[in-house]
Design a binder for this molecule. Sequence first.
Ligand SMILES: [Fe+2]
Length: 131
Amino acid sequence: MVQFSFTEDLYTGSSFIDGDHHRLVELVNAFFESMQGGEDSASMAKALHALIAFTGEHFAREEIEMERVRYVAALAHEAEHAKLLKQIVELNDMLDAGRKINIAAVAAFLDNWLRDHILAADMKLAAALKK
Ligand SMILES: [Fe+2]
């Protein structure tokens, strides 16, 4: 069973960001489970919608913080959020269109999607919030 594991290196040290990331990981894993469990497409769609909704809320929370501290890299970080959100909305559109998805490829994509953003962008943001 493919699962995203929240490894030590993903802790940013910001409690609100880490708390949101734990919830994101739960939602990513719920979606993985729905893909792998041979569940019907309605359960997969439901799991993906929950992930998309929470992703939007989480990004908005980070963006409010960026504005509050006048974060220097806010524009680049927000652009990355927009790109990440677009990617999972596209995945959702593929599912809605009834396209067959490659579970391993989608799982690898979502794993990188979350891990890379946390390690590259969110670490820097969390460090700036601590100042
Ligand atoms: Fe972020």
